[in-house]
Ligand binder design. Structure first.
Ligand code: PRX
Length: 632
């Protein structure tokens, strides 16, 4: 391990030298003055003074050498279509989209909200924004009107780019009505909504506000739109993520540091070759999609596959057929997707020629050992767990195969990646705990390039949320529990806060609780994440109805539960809908009124409820236990 140890040590002990070298992996219009501005701890400004552009590095830079190479390949098993765009064609489409933005007054620093299914125009939109220095905020298509409205009000976009509909497992999922409702609810009103009409769901455009993409695209023709050279520290995007409160945080990413970090990760972690194919099955609405469907592979000159569909339609062999067809070198998916595939025959993989594939990366949630070994054996390829967050933008823990092929350790995503000074700290004292002992996974200042700059519009919240966990030291808290071994391999042991992870989707229990509370029949509610064999976790809601008769019979309970699930689905989206809604007449709380979530969660998972010395009324826990057994 000596080789990587030395490499990593240099990255954290001499970050200026280390990252100055890595900065040469991208193009700069003007060199930076300094590598790191340490003047405003815990903020870190990477490459101040430098001018660059994310779109230039992802697209234009490759035109001379890779103009004819496929840059973006779209495969949709939802509408049975595929399209391929060379770097030259992508360049042209991105310029057209950029011209549309400019012609409607979107300029540098303006926000553009992208609420779109997995279609090429979504990628054009992201790249077009960063091309002109506008800041995109992609909202996952599975989110509904309230989630969207909150984000519209926080990001205050000048324009929204959307589509008539997506499609999920063959069913049309309308986007436009949810967007219209969201804009209706929001205080901020975007000037324009650019609609990509796929012809899936008829809609009536709102005159004066809604623009038709096809008509706009024809109108701008082949107008050239040069890249706007922006400061390395200029925000490239905002991506909302859930935390402890009901209000999602806008993770703000820079430009130069992000490009350098992604370029570094493509070599050190993903071992992708320029000209090779990267196939990531995530969604552009999540951070994995931002970094490893769009920016990372393109910055590295690879072909990226954008897949609209599920892993099991038309059958469980689809991912591997696509991998074979496009000669995928690197694949990236989630443990849940693999657990879904595990129900099917391994022949789906064995029948395909996957000789081009080098590694399968999995992230977003804990990877259990049986799932990891099943897929590794079925594929006959290394399966690489990696751990990170929306906040960091690229892996914190992993296997640095591009530097040294360290042996993976089952159950652990690996060791600290370059630039991350990871510590496992005692929850109370903030002191590092010895190997083998559980603590909070923290990162010492500075977070490496590519990590969040701040919370959009709220520097104080950035400091208060992430850098104020310990009284004794100012470190970044991941809000994950971890345990390290003697060699530095870290195992993740779940969240320290109220965030849950359903099928790799990060959700805040508070947000779900607020949504459920909006139902008139609900007096009180507690939502916890309970272990689920397939999805990792599932949301379980315990509801105290205002009127006990609403939960007096099995029929009444079923009706109210269905209404509550529908409320969450309509407000937040199907991803957030609780799997179970159970009824009780009181919730377990401490004498000071704090919900005992960890105890409730423990009971859901048939574990002992833990320390109950502060519990006000023990019968409340009995009710939880009873509801779990007696209510379906
Ligand atoms: O709890 C950790 C879990 O997912 C959280 C971050 O989710 P998100 O912001 O959506 O970013 C996902 C980027 C891959 C983390 O705080 N998590 C992520 N990866 C892993 C993981 N837990 C265990 N093992 C992982 N590999």
């Amino acid at each position: 391990m000596a080789e990587y140890s030395a490499y990593h040590r240099r990255s954290v002990e001499q970050p200026q030298e280390f990252w100055a070298e890595k900065a040469a992996l991208i193009d700069w219009h003007r060199p930076f003055d300094r590598v790191l501005d340490a003047g405003r701890k815990p903020f870190a400004a990477w490459f101040p003074g430098g001018l660059t552009n994310l779109c230039h590095n992802a697209v234009d830079r490759h035109l001379a050498t890779r103009g004819a190479q496929p840059a973006l390949v779209w495969e949709s098993t939802e509408v049975d279509r595929s399209r391929s765009y060379s770097y030259a064609e992508l360049h042209q489409e991105v310029q057209r989209m950029a011209a549309i933005l400019l012609r409607h007054g979107v300029g540098q620093g303006d926000r553009v909200l992208i609420y779109m299914p997995m279609i090429p125009e979504a990628v054009f939109a992201m790249l077009a924004c960063v091309r002109i220095g506008a800041i995109h905020s992609v909202v996952f298509g599975g989110f509904a009107a309230l989630s969207l409205a909150t984000r519209i009000d926080d990001a205050t976009p000048k324009m929204v780019i959307s589509s008539d509909a997506g499609s999920r497992a063959g069913r049309v999922v309308p986007y436009k009505p949810l967007l219209d409702e969201a804009i209706e609810r929001a205080t901020h009103k975007p000037g324009h909504v650019l609609m990509v009409d796929r012809g899936l769901q008829p809609f009536t455009p709102l005159p004066g506000r809604d623009l038709d993409y096809a008509a706009e695209r024809a109108a701008v023709g082949d107008r050239e739109v040069p890249c706007a050279w922006v400061e390395a520290t200029h925000p490239s995007y905002i991506l909302y993520t859930s935390g402890t409160t009901g209000r999602p945080k806008g993770v703000q990413r820079d430009t130069g540091g992000y490009a350098v970090a992604l370029a570094t990760s493509m070599r050190d972690i993903f071992c992708g070759s320029p000209g090779g194919t990267y196939f990531c099955t995530s969604d552009i609405g999540w951070v994995v999609g931002h970094s490893y469907i769009v920016y990372g592979p393109l910055i590295h000159g690879m072909t990226t596959v954008l897949y609209e569909g599920t892993p099991v339609r038309p059958d469980a062999g689809i991912l591997w057929r696509l991998a074979e067809k496009h000669r995928a070198q690197v694949m990236f998916s989630s443990p849940t997707a693999v657990r879904v595939l595990k129900r099917f025959d391994t022949a789906f993989m064995r029948e395909r020629d996957l000789s081009s594939l080098e590694r399968l990366f999995l992230a977003g949630e804990p990877l259990d050992e049986p799932t990891a070994s099943w897929i590794a054996e079925a594929l006959g390829k290394p399966v690489v767990d990696n751990y990170w967050q929306t906040e960091t933008g690229w892996p914190i823990l992993g296997i640095p195969a591009g530097v040294q092929a360290l042996e993976p350790k089952p159950g652990s995503p690996g060791v600290a990646m370059p630039g991350y000074k990871v510590g496992i700290l005692d929850e109370l004292s903030g002191e590092p705990v010895p190997p083998g002992q559980k603590g909070v996974l923290a990162i010492e200042w500075p977070l490496p390039p590519g990590c969040m700059q701040t919370v959009w519009g709220d520097d104080k919240r950035f400091v208060d949320t992430y850098w104020s966990t310990f009284a004794t030291r100012q470190v970044y808290s991941t809000f994950d529990w971890g345990v390290a071994d003697e060699r530095g391999y870290v195992t993740i042991l779940g969240r320290t806060d109220d965030v849950i992870n359903v099928a790799g989707h990060r959700l805040g229990t508070r947000e779900i609780e607020e949504s459920i509370s909006s139902h008139a029949a609900v007096a009180e509610v507690a939502v916890v994440g309970a272990a689920d064999e397939l999805k990792g976790q599932q949301a379980v809601a315990f509801v105290v109805p205002r009127d006990a008769t609403r939960a007096a019979s099995a029929e009444a309970r079923a009706e109210l539960a269905a209404q509550i699930m529908q409320t969450v689905q309509a407000q937040l989206g199907a991803v957030a809908r609780p799997a179970r809604v159970l009824f009780v007449s009181m919730l377990p709380k401490t004498r000071s009124g704090k919900l005992l979530r960890r105890s409730i969660q423990a009971l859901c998972e048939q574990r002992a409820p833990g320390d109950l010395t502060t519990l006000e009324d023990p019968t409340a826990l009995e009710q939880i236990r009873g509801a779990l057994v007696s209510q379906p």
